[in-house]
Structure formats: C-alpha cells, structure tokens
Design a protein around this ligand. Structure first.
Ligand code: HEM
Ligand SMILES: *[C@@H]1O[C@H](CO)[C@@H](O)[C@H](O)[C@H]1NC(C)=O
Ligand SMILES: *[C@@H]1O[C@H](CO)[C@@H](O)[C@H](O)[C@H]1NC(C)=O
Ligand SMILES: *[C@@H]1O[C@H](CO)[C@@H](O)[C@H](O)[C@H]1NC(C)=O
Length: 319
C-alpha cells in the first residue's frame, strides 16, 4: 500500500518536471526545426540573435519562463511587450512565429511557446559562436501578460551593483550568476536613450559619468547627440565585436567602455565583482562554462509544467 503511494507520488513529481528531450515521442524534430529557423534568421541578421537572447531573459524574469513576453496586447489588456522597456527595443518576434508555425503544421498543440523561446535563445548564442548546451523542456505557456509586471521585475540600465544583485536574487540567481549573465551584452546593441544620462545628465554637478572612458564618451556623444539624436540608431554594447559571442564585454568593462551604468558597475562597485570581471576577461573558457550553467538556471525560473498553464496555438494570443 505504502509503496504504491510512493510510486504514485514519484510518478507525479517526475511528470510535472522539466525533462531532457521532452518532445522525443510527441514531436521528435521539434528542437531541430527551431534550430534551423534560428540559424537561418540569425546568420542573415545577427541582431536577431541578440534580440532572442534578451527576449528569453525578459520572459523568465516576469512570471517565470512562460512566454508571457510574446503575447500581443488586446483592447482589454496591455501586454508585457508594450512596456517602454520592451517596445520598440525587443526584436525577433517573427523568428518565434516562424518556428511556431512550422511546429504547429508538424505536431499541432504540442510544443509550447516557452520552450521554443528557450531553444531559440540557446541556438542564437551558438550561432554567434558562443557555447552550445542541452536544455530540459516541458515548459507550459502562461495565460497572463500584464504590462505593469515589467518594470518591477526587469533591472534598469541605471542600476548599481547592489540593485542588480537584489534584482537577480529575487529570481534565485546569485551575484556571480548575475555578472556571468551580464556577459550576454557581448552581443547586440542599444538605443541612445538607455545610456545618454551618462553623457549629459549624470548628476547636478557632474554632467558626464566619471567611470566612462573619456575617449569612448566622445565617440558616444557624436553618435548620440544631446538633441536631435536618431531614436532608431543602435549602438553595439561590446564596441569591439558586437556580433560575436566572446568575452570581450569583460575587457570593455576594464577599459571603462561598459555602455550602461549596470555594466560598468560590475567592475567599479566592489572588489569581489571586479575580480570576476577580470577572470572572465582573461579566461574565455571560464566565462563560457559559467554562462551555460547560469543560462540553464535562468531558463528554469518559475516554470509551469505538467497540468499547469497551456500550450498556446499562436504565441501572440492566449488560447
Ligand atoms: C544585469 C542587468 C541587465 C540590464 C540592466 C540590462 C539592460 C539592457 C538594456 C537597457 C538593453 C538595451 C535596450 C535598448 O535600448 O535597445 C539591453 C540589451 C540587451 N540585453 Fe540586457 N540587461 C541586463 C541583463 C541581461 C541578461 C541577463 C541578458 C541575457 C542573458 C541580456 C541580454 C541582452 C541582449 C542580448 C541585448 C541586446 C539586444 C538587441 O541587440 O536587440 N541582458 N539590456
Ligand atoms: C495588471 O496588474 C495591475 C497591477 O497589479 C492590476 O491592477 C491590473 O488589474 C492588471 N490588469 C489585468 C488586465 O489583469
Ligand atoms: C556627482 O558625481 C560625482 C562623481 O561620481 C561625485 O563626486 C559627486 O559627489 C556627485 N555630486 C552629487 C551632487 O551627487
Ligand atoms: C489561466 O486562467 C484561468 C482562468 O481563466 C485560471 O484559472 C488558471 O489558473 C490560469 N492558468 C495559468 C497558468 O495562469
């Protein structure tokens, strides 16, 4: 009797967790299809790879990795993607739509949007010459996407080390994992508005952030003038190799070339964090190894599994 109860309990816990190769039986080529779509899109436009990696982060930090970031607003509901944090900067939604359309044609109602996004972020990194790794799947899609959940959960580019650490700890990630994951800024680009305060309005007595390398600041001021700047312009966050997933981001920080306060703070705010930045800048393999571990952890934040949530037919629409 007791052993039967234990077996039932065990099978329930196993059933309601993420699993390696979750779609092995139900949709065998799911991961391969996503990889093909992502590789093609990201090879043509590397910026989309950066967009997909950031999109996964913004998904996982708001209501867990449940594809809430993919939902479109409706007349009765303003969704996460329309927060100023995400719109117009988040990119790559069409890539997810394309992968989802292929999977719906192949195995309708089986593969969640949350898993597709997790696969796509992973495949973006490997396409841009970063590490590749296995991820567990079986995430289910949420049915809530509320614009007011974004700002309280997504760290801001003007955060200092303590604020960044708190923001990640609220999601179960340690400070060194926060530093590691910030290394995602080795790819992609930012709009002027995310850092122009560091050039012109740092504080009431000092217009320019003194931790910013002066030559780099002059270059940024030319690209992002105080008035009449181009609101569509994107500035590479790793000014050396913005389309390559390498460890140059950490070299940037040592040179005062971190684009955001939240980047440079990892090097300037305390000794322990600075030591991690130095380590990663000198040893790519250490960064890659830790990045994989931290990404796996991030991709499992508050996931819905088993009977929770749903499988959306269209990633933009709650069923
Ligand atoms: C540590 C706190 C973080 C802050 C404050 C932050 C903030 C930002 C901001 C402000 C942008 C530029 C948006 C724009 O103006 O276009 C950006 C871009 C980006 N972020 Fe973060 N981020 C953080 C962590 C992360 C993490 C953990 C990841 C992924 C693991 C990530 C991946 C990216 C990528 C890839 C881009 C470039 C997007 C593109 O080119 O479209 N960020 N981030
Ligand atoms: C979104 O969240 C806010 C704040 O928690 C709440 O007041 C509002 O009713 C929510 N909107 C929807 C459509 O549920
Ligand atoms: C402005 O920033 C500078 C450089 O960090 C600092 O020395 C100064 O005390 C700050 N002033 C104010 C009013 O916060
Ligand atoms: C989805 O919405 C229903 C109510 O419409 C609710 O009972 C259920 O818990 C929600 N599921 C998730 C995963 O949020």
């Amino acid at each position: 009797m007791i052993s039967i109860m234990i077996m039932v309990l065990l099978s329930q816990t196993v059933e309601s967790e993420l699993q390696k190769d979750f779609y092995h039986r139900s949709c065998k080529s799911a991961e391969r299809k996503v990889r093909r779509v992502v590789r093609e899109a990201v090879t043509r436009n590397p910026g989309l790879g950066a967009g997909l990696l950031r999109m996964h982060f913004h998904d996982c930090f708001v209501r867990g990795c449940d594809a809430s970031v993919l939902v479109d607003s409706t007349p009765g509901n303003q969704a996460e993607k329309d927060s100023f944090v995400n719109n117009p900067s988040l990119r790559g939604f069409e890539v997810i739509d394309e992968a989802k359309a292929q999977l719906e044609a192949l195995c309708p109602g089986v593969v969640s949007c949350a898993d597709i996004l997790a696969f796509a972020a992973r495949d973006s990194v490997s396409t841009l010459r970063g590490p590749s790794w296995k991820i567990r799947s079986g995430r289910r899609d949420g049915n809530v996407s509320n614009v007011s959940d974004v700002i309280p959960n997504i760290p801001a580019p003007f955060f200092n080390l303590q604020q960044l650490t708190q923001s990640f700890e609220a999601k179960g990630l340690f400070q060194d994992e926060m530093i590691t994951l910030s290394g995602a800024h080795t790819i992609g680009a930012s709009h002027c508005t995310s850092f122009s305060n560091r050039l012109y309005t740092f504080n009431s007595t000092t217009p320019q952030d003194p931790t910013l390398n002066p030559q780099f600041a002059e270059q940024l001021k030319r690209q992002c003038p105080k008035i009449n700047f181009d609101p569509t312009l994107r500035i590479g966050m790793d000014s050396f190799t913005p389309d390559k997933f390498d460890n140059k981001y950490f070299t940037d920080l040592k040179l005062g070339r971190g684009l955001f306060t939240s980047d440079e703070a990892l090097f300037t705010d305390d000794k322990k964090a600075a030591a991690t930045v130095k380590l990663f800048s000198e040893h790519t393999s250490r960064f890659r190894h830790k990045f994989v571990k931290a990404m796996i952890k991030m991709s499992e934040i508050q996931v819905k599994t088993g009977l929770e949530g749903t499988i959306r037919r269209n990633c933009r629409v709650i069923n």
